[in-house]
Design a protein around this ligand. Structure first.
Ligand code: XBP
Ligand code: MG
Length: 252
């Protein structure tokens, strides 16, 4: 039986990388007097590393290998903390728009008594701000578990965050489906034994998702049906609970 849906956040629920994280990183660099400017193209590459602190470290190692600091980890943590505050400000000031079909599916799942959880690499404060802005603060309570950021030792593509979520919920991977947008997220869910529904975005439409249940351009809505990129052909035009139950019964 399908018992629960576990959602990634960045890129899956919201296009928050370009419109949120990237903007917050660049604003932070400016406010710290650093002459680092991340273009959208560069960010595409940097997204291969999940986690803001880890991404900054990778950026310095790869693009500023001569940069030195007597306490680099602390310096990165300080920059990252500032970036988190700016990200939260952005999420709070601007009404966050969920990706197509997300609001509909979450509410349908809730009405069908499916349990909901979040498994993400981003910081917990970011998730709280983003969900509150997009769905209202009360909706946070609908997620039985919110697994985020540094709660586990190894970030995606390691399985840790999904395994942690499953343990907290007392469920096996076979009782759940995961929703992801990136190869790192897909690997994380897959390594935890979960079957995954992928909705790609501008950063991830060329990623490898071999083994995903289905790869789509969005979850789809009545007005904007999804386009299937790979998966078994279906007459379904949007990801609803019936479609998820049928995928689960067939493949899990
Ligand atoms: C999301 C991320 C996050 C955000 C930044 O990956 O990689 O690192 O870009 O978040 P996923 P923090 O969607 O696969 O979970 O700066 O808070 O770490
Ligand atoms: Mg993601």
């Amino acid at each position: 039986m399908l018992e629960a849906l576990i959602f990634d956040v960045d890129g899956t629920l919201v296009n928050s990388e370009r419109d949120g994280h990237l903007r917050a990183f660049n604003l932070t660099f400016k406010q710290f007097g650093l002459n680092w400017v991340w273009s959208n193209e560069l960010y595409h590459d940097l997204l291969r590393i999940t986690g803001g602190k880890e991404r900054l470290k990778y950026y310095l190692d790869t693009y500023h290998s001569t940069f030195t600091h007597n306490d680099l980890d602390n310096f990165i943590a300080t920059i990252h903390q500032h970036k988190t505050s700016l990200f939260i400000n952005l999420m709070t000031q601007e009404k966050v728009r969920l990706r197509v079909g997300v609001d509909r599916l979450l509410n349908e799942a809730k009405a069908s008594q499916l349990r909901l959880a979040i498994a993400t690499t981003t910081s917990l404060e970011n998730v709280n701000a983003l969900i509150s802005s997009a769905l209202g603060a009360d909706f946070l309570r609908e997620f039985e578990v919110i697994a985020a950021g540094d709660i586990v030792e190894k970030k995606k593509p390691a399985s840790d965050i999904y395994t942690w979520t499953l343990e907290k919920m007392g469920l096996s991977a076979q009782q759940c489906l995961a929703f992801e947008d990136s190869n790192n997220g897909f690997l994380s869910a897959t390594n935890a034994g979960l079957k995954t529904i992928i909705t790609v975005n501008e950063y991830t439409n060329n990623h490898n998702f071999d083994g995903a249940l289905v790869v789509l351009d969005s979850l789809g809505d009545a007005q904007q049906p999804f386009t299937m990129i790979s998966g078994s052909p279906t007459n379904t035009t949007c990801v609803d609970v019936d479609y998820l139950r049928s995928l689960h019964a067939k493949y899990c």
